[in-house]
Design a protein around this ligand. Sequence first.
Ligand SMILES: [Zn+2]
Length: 275
Amino acid sequence: MISRSSLNWSPLSLLLWVSLVPILGCGGQLANQLANINIFSDAEEIKLGGEFSAKIEEELKIYADPHISDYINQLGQILARNSDRPNITYHFKVVQDDSINAFAVPGGYIYVNLGLIRFSHTEAELAGVISHEVGHIVGRHGMKQLTKQYGFAALAQLLLGKDKSQLETLATKVVTSGVLLQYGREAEREADTLAVQQMHSSGIDPNGIMTFFEKLLGTEKRQSTKIGKLLSTHPGTRERITRVNRQIQKLPVASYASVDSIRFQAIRKRLRNPE
Ligand SMILES: [Zn+2]
């Protein structure tokens, strides 16, 4: 597998390279490989992601209570700092939405629903889901998905173009089609694996992911409407529990600071009784 970090190409060099492919005579196989790699630089991803997140935020109600949003941002930043991609700026925002969900937009934008915070009984459970979303950013799953959907040449031309309205049009298309909510099973598994590693490195008990999944299993049947689209497209919850458990067993022994925090419980109380 070609590693993206060793191929930090700009769209221009990529277009040049693509034009050479038919001459080299390896188009078909190469096209398959390209579907799984992201060929955009961090700066290009951040530019696209900025457009998408601005468009998405026109549709969402961002929850403004600084007690809650500062807490979510600080928790997210700890996980991002301990990830394999700590060099970009991450933005964590709370969405006033009761469904149990969170999602990531390329470029480091992560949205956490109030429903998810309420559903989590411990900080480790909440951190588990946020860590999974950080995993999508680390794995560059959004950019891979966009490349698969629209083709790298079209995206590269958009990034090179001076016409900002074309970028805005794409952002609208991306938001309405929900293309960023369908990463595929492999990407979801990779995000789970990264989530466990990030939690371990952050000193937050990765078993929180397991207890969250267990609770989700119990809820899936009773209130499936409350479980957002994103979680419902993931691999089966039982399968995820088994994989995550296996990974945790292999981790070096660690004594995690806590599975909970006083601050998290204060946040939960605040959500129950808003001032
Ligand atoms: Zn996911």
